[in-house]
Design a binder for this molecule. Structure first.
Ligand code: BGC
Length: 526
């Protein structure tokens, strides 16, 4: 049987060499810097997630999460790193908010830890008032400092109790449990929280958690059955939470509820070769549409998922989306949340074998010129974001788009990289592509979110990869934070609402342009 979702993610990680076409070369019509400002009211934000920053894993009655269990299992995370202390934001949140204020941030995306609120997974099994108080304090502190909270309900730290009792997201019983948790969050925090994200990156949850096993809960199932069941549960849980907000809370609370999908851009190797263009389409469908099409498209699974469901259904019980499910899922989002980091080149892989599957019908590579971050899957290809945004506009009915993550990793080295020129180059060029998408392609991008506010626990990579605008010293018990050059740069962009001509920021951009082009990794991108 096909290793559909294991494979789907592993191509994202593929770093194959030798692209024929020179995508790294500077192309002025594509890559020229465009000065200008963003629309009034544009949302500038940064993001974190509970398990990646909070620490205090077993403090004040918090229950165990699947990531606590996973990171405490030897061999699962590089160097044996855990989120036990992480950035200690549970204790240092006031300092974090001050740093945000210093940057001029008006929005902050963070996630709630479900087991910090319901230690055993359900309200019936007990609410931790200390956990609720923590989020109340954090939200109040943000608002007192003029920062609007954007809350992710699920960023991967499921209560271990639900994993044990039900086997996690493979079990549809979690639709109801998630719904109760989401409803509790709307009830408790919705007077002050106006932006909700139901799930962060469902595709990653299901493919890394339930197929390759690289993430918690670490289930390895190459048959695709577990990952498909997981996806089925997440789609239904998402839709149910949105409908409850829509019918019960929206009128009073006046907020918005969306979902964050991890999307990749696939560029045809030869745009003039129909076979490569079709290969890129197949790749986009494989990687991006599993959740996007049911929610934002026509409500169906993309063919490649549907075919697998049908095939697997013959041999074992696999739930299908009923017409009622589909109609509940279709349109169940007030905005399209996009987490985007990188691009791949897709080429047709002709084969004469009759049984060839979609998966074997194209290959994905990167260009040798593309600068690479510390993460082996992260290549800087700014124009890929613009093309992806245009694709979303054209394929999903021109929705309001919130970029809920975008960012760059460097290494855990000494001395620490505080002059993080590569990250500045990444942000400068990617944000400029967002501007082009808004101004030239009329994509309705309403928000941009930098991942991440500070260095944090990078999942299976532990603390070996740093994505922060702030440096965090993880060997110092007090976890001091230091703003990097990128924090200053991003805060100038926020203050200027982009890159207005004649302003200080434009001079900085001109200065950076040279540095980016001359730096070791970001060479010909500008
Ligand atoms: C996740 C973050 C993660 C980032 C960098 C996203 O997939 O939402 O939690 O740290 O990518 O890998």
């Amino acid at each position: 049987m096909e290793m559909l979702f294991f494979w789907a993610f592993s191509i994202v990680l593929t770093t194959a060499c030798c692209a024929v076409y020179d995508y790294g070369a500077y192309d002025p019509t594509r890559d020229d810097f465009r000065p200008g400002t963003f629309p009034d009211g544009f949302i500038w934000s940064t993001a974190t997630a509970s398990y990646q920053i909070e620490g205090a894993w077993n403090v004040d009655g918090k229950g165990e999460s699947i990531w606590d269990r996973f990171s405490h299992t030897p061999g699962k995370v590089d160097r044996g790193d855990t989120g036990d202390v992480a950035c200690d934001s549970y204790n240092k949140y006031r300092e974090d908010v001050q740093l945000m204020k210093n940057m001029g941030l008006k929005h902050y995306r963070f996630s709630l830890s479900w087991p910090r609120i319901f230690p055993n997974g359900t309200k019936e099994d007990g609410v931790s008032q200390d956990g609720v108080n923590y989020y109340n304090r954090l939200i109040d502190e943000l608002i007192a400092n003029g920062i609007a909270p954007m809350v992710t309900l699920y960023h991967w730290d499921l209560p271990q109790a639900l994993q044990e009792k039900y086997g996690g997201w493979v079990n549809e019983a979690l639709v109801g449990h998630y719904h109760n948790y989401a409803t509790f969050a709307f009830q408790t925090f919705g007077d002050r929280v106006k932006y909700w994200i139901t799930f962060n990156e469902p595709m990653i949850v299901c493919s890394l958690g339930y197929a390759s096993g690289e993430h918690a809960p670490g289930i390895q199932d190459s048959s695709s059955v577990s990952s498909l069941r997981c996806g089925h549960t997440l789609l239904k849980a998402h839709a149910r939470a949105w409908h409850t907000y829509n019918t019960t809370f929206r009128q009073l609370q006046r907020g918005k509820v969306g979902i964050s999908l991890s999307l990749l851009w696939a560029e045809p190797r030869d745009p003039d070769l129909p076979a490569d263009v079709q290969a890129a389409n197949r790749a986009m469908q494989m990687i991006n549409e599993w959740f996007a099409r049911p929610i934002f498209g026509d409500g169906d699974y993309p063919n490649v998922i549907e075919d697998t469901v049908q095939k697997l259904k013959l041999s074992m019980e696999l739930p299908e989306l009923s017409d009622e499910d589909k109609s509940l899922i279709r349109g169940s989002a007030d905005f399209f949340g996009v987490n985007h980091y990188s691009t791949r080149i897709a080429a047709d892989k002709p084969s004469h074998i009759q049984t060839q599957s979609v998966l074997e019908s194209f290959e994905m590579t990167t260009a040798p010129e593309w600068p690479r971050g510390q993460s082996d899957w992260l290549f800087a290809v700014p124009w890929g974001l613009r093309r992806l945004l245009r694709y979303i506009k054209e394929h999903y009915g021109d929705p309001d788009v919130y970029i809920t993550e975008n960012g760059w990793s460097d290494g855990d080295v000494q001395p620490p990289i505080l002059e993080d020129t590569d990250r500045v180059c990444y942000y400068m060029t990617y944000i400029d592509e967002v501007l082009k998408a808004i101004e030239e392609d009329q994509v309705k991008v309403r928000a941009y979110t930098a991942w991440s506010f500070m260095d944090n626990f990078e999942w299976a990579r532990g603390y070996t990869e740093r994505f922060g605008l702030h440096y965090v010293n993880f060997t110092d018990p007090s976890r001091p934070r230091t703003p990097k050059q990128s924090a200053k740069f991003y805060s100038d962009i926020i203050a200027n609402n982009g890159f207005p001509e004649g302003a200080e920021i434009t001079k900085m951009v001109q200065d950076m342009w040279g540095k980016c082009r001359g730096s070791d990794t970001v060479k010909e991108e500008l």
